[in-house]
Design a protein around this ligand. Structure first.
Ligand SMILES: Cc1ncc(COP(=O)(O)O)c(C=O)c1O
Length: 444
């Protein structure tokens, strides 16, 4: 396959990124969008336009996105016509007033229809925020402060507090070596980690700490629950009187509809959603059982933008379309179309990779000591064929089988050049700027 542009010019992006690091704390507001996490050199950084799976960068270059799709929200693809039409309608009609928007009540009805076990909803506008609200409500209901958790749930104090107790507690749960600077020391010992699929770790926690009132976890991420793991967690929560929160912020609508919990038939006390619920517009929702919501009602949770109109309007249009197109089945199927192409092409070029599902988060890893360098070289070389590409993908409804045929041709060429670099021992030399910053580690 012909390389369309071997020396993509990204001068404007690079200049803006240098400036951003001076004027914005950390340069970005979402760690996963930091360019150095993709590549030390050459990542285009800024976009001007995005539609479907297509992205145009600040320097006018064009790409197709076979990477993170906005890091999760764009399950229908970028700038979905139906969702955008619903948003434009409320913008034209006025998206804010002293009175409330009827869309938020309509959304509550829809969410409760999708969760027949739940009685009420609560809204926020981001994932970490709705997780913090869920933990607040759960603590208020149980009357106990300690949270046993597994996986990633955002940047808030309740969660980062785990690193206060024992410096390395979050290793394997979030980012190795993460510093809880600025998190009050008084929260030390309030958040206790356990690993996914290791019920014995949760058992040990509840034996040791009699005051655990909350269990928070993703029902699934990359690995299926084994040996009735979720049912066992549910049983433990019931036994100790803890509130069980399922974080469906990333798994929601992808691994089951409305969430992964539906796939396994285990019902939490609270489920939380964000990201794909509104296809790119800020929105987050919590659904909860009657007993939990009723008792927590008095806890003060209130914010001006929790009542704006775009989020619910976007969520209504998004949920209707996601349901209509059977999105969870679509991304499972299309994800594996991509996964099988990786397998076929790796075999052809004798590249050592392992492909893993689920389809929605299809991914491959290089089983080689130079895995980190190979992973980055894959991203670097795919840019030459006009792809934003990473070995872990968020598959969307905008990824069509015809796109995959074209993408596979680029992967064929890049896997060929990676195999050649491996044979000649020049993988590191070919990677401009050296190894990228290490990625996000989750144990779910
Ligand atoms: C499972 C889970 N919970 C919480 C969050 C935090 O969401 P946000 O980045 O919107 O604050 C994320 C984000 O990646 C997530 O995947």
């Amino acid at each position: 396959m012909k390389q369309k542009n071997t020396s993509k010019k990204i001068k404007k992006s690079q200049a803006l990124w240098r400036h951003a690091q001076e004027v914005m704390l950390g340069g970005v507001s979402l760690l996963s969008k930091k360019p150095e996490r993709f590549l030390r050199e050459g990542w285009p950084v800024y976009f001007t336009k995005a539609k479907g799976i297509e992205v145009w960068d600040l320097d006018g270059n064009h790409y197709k996105d076979f990477s993170y799709m906005g890091v999760g929200p764009n399950l229908l693809g970028y700038a979905d016509r139906e969702v955008d039409a619903a948003v434009k309608k409320v913008i034209n009609a006025g998206n804010q007033s002293t009175l409330n928007s009827p869309e938020e009540v309509e959304l509550a009805d829809l969410l409760l229809k999708l969760h027949p076990w739940a009685a009420q909803v609560r809204y926020a506008r981001s994932g970490g925020e709705i997780a913090a609200i869920a933990v607040r409500i759960a603590r208020a209901h149980s009357g106990r402060d300690k949270v046993a958790f597994c996986g990633y749930h955002g940047w808030h104090d309740w969660y980062l507090a785990t690193n206060l107790a024992k410096k390395k507690n979050l290793d394997g749960h979030l980012l190795p070596g993460l510093q809880p600077l600025g998190v009050p020391r008084a929260l030390s010992g309030s958040a206790l980690p356990f690993s996914f699929n290791k019920i014995e770790e949760l058992e040990a926690l509840v034996r040791k700490h009699k005051d655990i009132g909350v269990i928070a976890m993703e029902p699934m991420r990359h690995h299926e629950p084994e040996h009735n793991f979720l049912k066992k967690v549910r049983t433990i929560a019931d036994r100790i009187g803890a509130v069980l929160i399922f974080d469906e912020i990333s798994s929601g609508f992808r691994l089951g509809f409305p969430g992964a919990h539906t796939r396994f038939g285990v019902i939490p006390d609270i489920a939380i959603y964000s990201k794909a619920i509104s296809n790119g517009y800020p929105m987050a929702a919590l659904v909860g059982k009657k007993k939990v919501m009723r008792e927590a009602h008095a806890s003060f949770i209130s914010s001006t933008y929790h009542s704006e109109r775009i989020g619910p309007a976007a969520a209504l249009a998004t949920l209707r379309k996601l349901e209509r197109v059977h999105i969870d089945q679509y991304v499972e199927r299309v994800g594996w179309l991509i996964g099988r192409e990786w397998q076929r092409l790796a075999k052809k070029h004798e590249l050592p990779i392992v492909v893993e599902g689920p389809g929605a988060f299809i991914n491959f890893t290089f089983t080689h000591p130079d895995a980190q360098a190979l992973k980055a070289l894959f991203t670097q070389e795919m840019l030459r064929y006009e792809y934003l590409a990473t070995p872990t993908m968020y598959v969307s409804y905008a990824h069509k089988p015809a796109d995959i045929v074209h993408y596979a041709k680029a992967v064929d060429a890049v896997f060929g050049s990676l195999a050649e670099a491996l044979r000649r021992g020049v993988v590191h030399r070919r990677l401009r700027g050296g190894l990228p910053e290490s990625g996000f580690v989750r144990l779910t």
